[in-house]
Design a protein around this ligand. Structure first.
Ligand code: C2O
Ligand code: CU
Ligand code: CU
Length: 473
């Protein structure tokens, strides 16, 4: 009898969890959405923009009235928004004030492999890492997060993540006042203990699938809309959760950008699905005085459990008129792949039957190549992220993707038993000794070894490039 009662008690406490429907309709929207501050770079006499970034432990109020032990960049939880323009020379000064080693990876940024912040660029406690590069890519919403092999789940979940917005003079006239009509939304699920601490519940097939979804680290948030159009830059910074995002009233809005930049033209949608690591930029119309809830709807994949109210939008009685949405956004020549096809089979937690090996080079790619990467998922949901590149989705199980998935990307959701083909454009920074990563961005899978390494080398030197890496000390 006590056993049964105990079980009933547990079900009662966690009743809004897996499969049962998340937090829809239960929030009062009492907290103003936190907007991560933009970090103004320190301009050097050499014109280089310097960004000091301190990784540190802290305590943050995540659940109202309770504090949790967290990690943050230049603060207690999450990090500032970084911003740079095409052509800028940027220099990061990443100081590790934590008690364990980590890295900082610039997800979506195209740069030399030694600057990438992957698992080979560990920063020991007390050390400073100083990568420096010239921004040379179209406007895009990128982000940064740690990437230490086997520890990424934990480090991201504790709060090390932030937006990295890249601008470009050629970008069209879209809402662009940060925090007003150009608003970052970092969506992350959390699991809390009774006293409000982060529960590192990384068990199960997908690792952490939390019952509470925070936006920019804000529980139960609202945002006051003051313009007739708002651009939201949505980042799924969750460990595993996939969301199908739309509005409670099913309104149509426009996707204007995906991971690696703007779409050719705005794509109307009622929902977009976003998996960990992906970004979508959307533009939403508002009428004066209205209120509407942005929601993560339950989808049909195995990592879209429950429905989650994300954010209440509260429009002012008078809204500033926004410019019309441009009919065309970017002039994007298609990525035309050559004959080279590489195949990747996604198993339960491996790629092509192999676990990640830091000393093994899995692929060697000539600089500037255009290739087809075929990703065949023979198990449950995964996604696939490639460092350094931009790609387009050629097809999903032989069918052309929907319009909003036709832009440049760096991460793609691959449902269970589905095959996607990507046209991948590689960069030109060569380094025969330092690899870039490709991996599943469900962080538990990545940590368990669902990751491989590729080198970009001078064309013609592929065959003489050693496939074994000496590990730096
Ligand atoms: Cu967002 Cu390899 O990372
Ligand atoms: Cu990345
Ligand atoms: Cu996976």
């Amino acid at each position: 009898l006590t056993g049964l009662l105990g079980l009933a008690g547990v079900v009662g406490v966690t009743g809004c969890g897996a499969g049962a429907g998340g937090n829809t309709g239960t929030l009062a929207f009492t907290n103003r959405l936190r907007i991560p501050p933009v970090l103004d770079p320190v301009p050097g006499p050499d014109g280089v923009k310097r960004f000091p970034l301190h990784l540190r432990a802290g305590r943050a109020e995540l659940l109202p009235g309770k504090t949790a032990s967290t990690w943050g960049v230049n603060g207690d939880h999450l990090g500032p928004t970084l911003r740079a323009r095409r052509g800028d020379r940027v220099a990061m000064g990443v100081v590790n004030q934590l008690t364990e080693a980590t890295t900082l990876h610039w997800h979506g940024v195209r740069l030399p492999a030694v600057m990438d912040g992957g698992p080979h660029q560990m920063i020991e406690p007390g050390a400073t890492w100083n990568p420096e590069w010239t921004v040379d890519q179209p406007a895009a919403t990128c982000w940064y997060h740690p990437h230490p092999h086997g520890m990424t789940s934990r480090h991201v979940y504790r709060g090390l993540a932030g937006m990295f917005i890249l601008d470009d003079d050629r970008a069209p006239d879209l809402p662009g006042t940060y925090g007003v009509d150009d608003v970052p939304l970092i969506v992350q699920d959390k699991e809390f203990t009774a006293d409000g601490e982060l529960d590192e519940a990384f068990g199960g097939t997908f690792g952490l699938l939390g019952d509470d979804v925070l936006v920019n680290g804000t529980y139960d948030p609202y945002f006051e809309v003051t313009t007739t159009k708002v651009r939201f830059r949505v980042l799924n910074g969750s460990n595993a959760h996939v969301y199908s995002i739309g509005f409670a009233d099913n309104r149509t809005f426009h996707v204007v950008g995906s991971d690696a930049g703007l779409l050719a033209a705005p794509a109307p949608v009622q929902r977009f699905r976003i998996s960990p690591g992906e970004r979508f930029e959307v533009v939403v119309d508002f009428t004066p005085g209205e209120q509407v809830v942005l929601r993560g709807f339950a989808g049909d994949s195995d990592v879209e459990e429950g429905e989650y109210d994300l954010l209440k939008l509260i429009a002012a009685a008078n809204l500033e008129p926004s410019p019309d949405l441009p009919a065309t956004l970017a002039d994007l020549p298609p990525i035309v792949p050559g004959a080279k096809v590489r195949r990747f089979t996604l198993g339960g937690s491996d790629i092509n039957g192999k676990d990640m090996d830091m000393t093994r080079v899995d692929e060697v790619v000539p600089a500037g190549a255009r290739e087809v990467w075929e990703v065949d998922n023979i198990t449950f949901s995964h996604n696939f992220h490639i460092h350094e590149v931009a790609f387009t989705v050629l097809d999903v199980d032989g069918e052309a993707p929907p319009e909003h998935l036709r832009g440049r990307k760096d991460t793609v959701f691959v449902e269970g038993r589905t095959k996607v083909r990507l046209a991948v454009e590689f960069g030109t920074h060569t380094d025969p000794k330092t690899p870039y990563m490709y991996h599943c961005h469900i962080l538990k899978h990545e940590d368990k070894g669902m990751m491989g390494q590729f080198l970009i080398v001078a064309p013609g030197t592929e065959d003489q490039t050693p496939r074994t890496l000496a590990m730096a000390g």
